[in-house]
Design a protein around this ligand. Structure first.
Ligand code: MIG
Length: 828
């Protein structure tokens, strides 16, 4: 009886929670009519709502519900990169109870009454995803909901930048770009909004992208265990369903739809140093010289807001930086590029027509003359407050405004700035960070004149677009590099991102892995976090352990808040600097591998920084694993994430693995205890991979990659395969085929001998004369080595000419000239 009563009460509480969730939600009406055209179906519903199902690809179907009573909105999204899709065959099956749209991969079943949509695998008819209840909208507020059945063992990944663990099951998340300094695990929302997630059930994945930029929430089983509920304030229910079952395949489609990262300049993979703020110019230069004196690699120095004249965008402080071109040239001579911060808040500086020149701020004047700044419904300027005091914001939804903003970057590029750092673009406004008092700001939005609520989440996307297009126009022979804080789905087309104002704490360090991984599972591959945390005082140990993670992150950048203790790599003394130097040098050694993996992300949408589940989605031990990560398919890192810890457990999925440090071959499919003294991050190479590398250098381009090394780590059958991608690293010529792809394939013959084949490289980039070096790990001593059938001479390591030797650790190595011709090497 007691149990019964509490059960009843429990149910009552739950039921009222649902009611509170949407008192006025009215379910969409039953299907009353079906029209088809060549791209899909248009369903008419009782009550006048329309549901459009559009087949974009065999595994990609768009569902758009146009609710009755809502004014028709133009079909436009700032997130979508591809709107033209080649027609693919599909069939319509009409049954009494349902309508089914069948593509080569998917069955989309629409139950007529109530209207419920299911996605099934076309081959097996297995249910992938289904509505838990009909889509619904509150006619009074415009709020709408889509509820999907929540599988007992369903997992959720992605959702862009979330201060949360990897598997989002049972979580609730809001999409509303927010300036959240010092965020911790659980702070939500933070800077970016990417309303896309990957679901995983029984080894099969699918993707759901809810493309509506207004404030939305994802309740993935937090307030009830029968539905994963998406709710959005207003607008259309507009979502894309992507069939897997491979997570990589889903990501490929998602990034085909929302765009992929263009290749950044290679130097963006170099080590970067930032601070709030380095000034005057002599201090900025001293930091770079210190890097060189310490023999620490460095490619980029950032200038934070104090380089500007009174925090005015596109100006230089005449006292602190009297000669920007001179400074930048001196840094360039040391191999260092400069990236400058740009904030969206333009100083509000009205000056009377006859006022002296000093009273004018050209950027404000021009913006006013062009009417580029955002206004409220009553026509008044939206005047917010940021660093320069009162500030106005550009309407980046207008093409002319974007072009004008892009052109402003001339003031930075002309003296030699190499990249742009777009901060505060949530957009942050000190007068009100919630957006509530900006609700009456109107955006042009292609003439639709939509409210702030529909535009806040895409503000940064449009700002970095303006910046990217400006940089492309001003320097057509250079690849733009832009770093952004806020963003929306598709932001990867224009900018790299960093995770904002994190803390210099162990918790914050640990959060890097699920955050980078989730971003990668949301289309954003070029990501990083402030090393060792923006806010707070780091210990030497935290700094070192941070580098032991970040040396493998796409963006590797040290940064600190204005009132922080300094934490550049040398601040705690040589014992620590030496360890950090080793990791930075290792990063530069691995640049060929990192760049190859980055190019894969550019081409396929599969990220560089990966959670293990992305490479091993059938291995249930990886579903929750976010204290380790992989770079590409080949490298697994298990950083130490707690103070005082000098060893840890590492889970290695099936397969042979190799300890990166010792070369020892290790069986996978098990937990392993690994020693991790301060100077050591547990690092493993997956059997079957080929890792390209070169010698370390102080900055990208200091030397050519010579030799290019291929470390071959055979699997159980003796096989291994890998590639190296390279190009000029700076220009867009790679888009026209100016790259070189060198493949390496290793196999083991029945006689126990090894065979390494290098086909002729692809592409027409010419890296210049150099040597290739091949190493087969775990191969027994050879007695004879042939190159293209000719005996190859045994040599010592010191001898630079072609030949073979066994190195000090017993690994077989071969050196040959890289003549861009196919080769075959045999060991016996
Ligand atoms: O905190 O420009 O996230 O990286 O150093 C206030 C100053 C504004 C926030 C950025 C941070 C940057 C800082 N900015």
């Amino acid at each position: 009886m007691r149990a019964c009563l509490s059960l009843f009460i429990g149910f009552w509480v739950l039921a009222s929670a649902w009611a509170a969730d949407g008192p006025g939600l009215a379910p969409i009406g039953a299907v009353t009519g079906v029209d088809r055209d060549d791209r899909g179906l248009r369903l008419t519903c009782a009550g006048g709502s329309i549901v459009q199902l559009t087949v974009l690809a065999p595994d990609l179907v768009r569902v758009r519900a146009l609710f009755a009573g809502r004014p028709a909105a133009p079909d436009h999204s700032w997130a979508i990169a591809k709107t033209e899709w080649a027609a693919v065959p599909w069939q319509l099956q009409e049954q009494a109870e349902a309508i089914t749209l069948v593509t080569a991969e998917l069955e989309v079943v629409v139950r007529r009454e109530p209207l419920l949509i299911e996605f099934r695998d076309a081959a097996t008819h297995r249910l992938i995803n289904a509505d838990a209840r009909p889509m619904a909208r509150d006619p009074a507020t415009g709020r709408l909901e889509v509820a999907k059945r929540l599988g007992v063992d369903e997992r959720f990944y992605g959702l862009g930048e979330k201060a949360a663990r990897l598997d989002h099951r049972r979580g609730r998340f809001t999409m509303w770009n927010s300036d959240t300094p010092g965020y911790v695990e659980g702070t939500d929302p933070i800077y970016q909004s990417v309303p896309f997630y990957l679901g995983w059930e029984e080894g099969a994945a699918y993707g759901l992208f809810y493309d509506n930029a207004r404030r939305s929430t994802f309740d993935l089983g937090q307030s009830g265990q029968e539905a994963a509920v998406y709710a959005v304030e207003d607008g259309d229910a507009d979502y894309y369903f992507i069939a897997g079952p491979g997570m990589k395949k889903v990501l490929g489609r998602y990034t085909e739809l929302t765009g992929r990262m263009p290749l950044p300049p290679l130097w963006a993979l170099g080590n970067q140093q930032c601070r709030y703020s380095y000034y005057p110019d002599s201090l900025a230069e001293a930091i770079v010289r210190r890097y060189r004196r310490e023999e620490l690699p460095l490619d980029v120095l950032y200038l934070d807001i104090h380089y500007m004249n009174g925090f005015r965008d596109f100006t230089w402080d005449p006292q602190r930086f009297p000669d920007p071109a001179g400074l930048l040239a001196r840094l360039q001579a040391l191999g260092v590029k400069v990236v400058t911060i740009v904030d969206p808040g333009v100083k509000y500086q009205p000056a009377a027509a006859g006022a002296p020149r000093e009273a004018h701020y050209a950027v404000f004047d021009e913006g006013m003359a062009g009417d580029y700044f955002l206004r409220r419904r009553d026509g008044s300027l939206w005047i917010g407050e940021v660093w320069p005091g009162k500030a106005v914001y550009v309407d980046y939804t207008r093409a002319e405004a974007r072009r004008w903003w892009g052109d402003q970057h001339r003031a930075l590029l002309d003296p030699g700035v190499a990249g742009i750092w777009d901060d505060m673009n949530e957009p942050s406004d000190f007068t009100d960070q919630t957006g509530r008092s900006q609700h009456d700001v109107v955006f042009d939005d292609l003439g639709a004149h939509t409210p702030y609520a529909a535009n806040r989440n895409v503000f940064a996307l449009n700002m970095v677009r303006a910046t990217y297009e400006g940089l492309e126009r001003l320097r057509p022979d250079r690849r733009p590099f832009i770093l952004t804080r806020a963003g929306y789905a598709g932001v990867q087309r224009y900018a790299a991102m960093w995770t904002g104002d994190n803390n210099a704490t162990w918790d914050s360090l640990a959060l890097n892995i699920p955050m980078f991984a989730s971003l990668g599972l949301s289309g954003e591959t070029f990501v990083g976090a402030d090393i060792p945390g923006f806010i707070g005082r780091a210990s030497a140990e935290l700094l070192v352990r941070s580098y032991e993670l970040a040396f493998l992150a796409p963006l590797c950048r040290n940064h600190a808040a204005i009132d922080n203790y300094d934490h550049e790599p040398w601040r705690f003394g040589p014992v620590y600097t030496d360890i950090i130097r080793d990791y930075l040098r290792l990063r530069y050694r691995l640049l060929p591998f990192l760049y190859t993996t980055l190019e894969e992300a550019h081409r396929t949408g599969v990220p560089l920084f990966r959670p293990l589940v992305l490479n091993f989605q059938d291995d249930r031990n990886t579903l929750n694993l976010d204290d380790a990560f992989m770079v590409g398919d080949a490298l697994l890192a298990a950083p130490v994430l707690r103070p005082g810890v000098r060893g840890r457990e590492v889970y290695l999925p099936a397969g042979p693995w190799y300890d990166y440090w010792t070369g020892e071959r290790i069986a996978g499919g098990r937990l392993l205890w690994v020693e991790a003294p301060l100077e050591r991050v547990p690092l493993f190479v997956r059997g079957g991979s080929v890792l390209p590398s070169t010698d370390p250098m102080h900055y990208v381009g200091e030397h050519a990659w010579d030799p290019v090394r291929f470390d071959i780590f055979p699997d159980d059958q003796g096989g291994a395969a890998g590639t190296l991608y390279e190009d000029d690293g700076v220009s867009p010529a790679y888009r026209q085929g100016a790259f070189r792809r060198t493949a390496v394939n290793c196999s083991r013959g029945a006689d126990g001998g090894w065979r390494v084949v290098l086909p002729a490289p692809a592409g027409h980039y010419e890296p210049g004369p150099r040597h290739l070096e091949l190493a087969v790990h775990g191969a027994a001593a050879a007695v004879a080595v042939t190159l293209d059938g000719q005996a190859l001479a045994a040599r010592t390591e010191a001898d630079a000419t072609a030949g073979w030797w066994r190195d000090a650790t017993g690994v077989m190595r071969v050196r040959l000239a890289d003549d861009a011709r196919p080769h075959e090497i045999q060991f016996r």
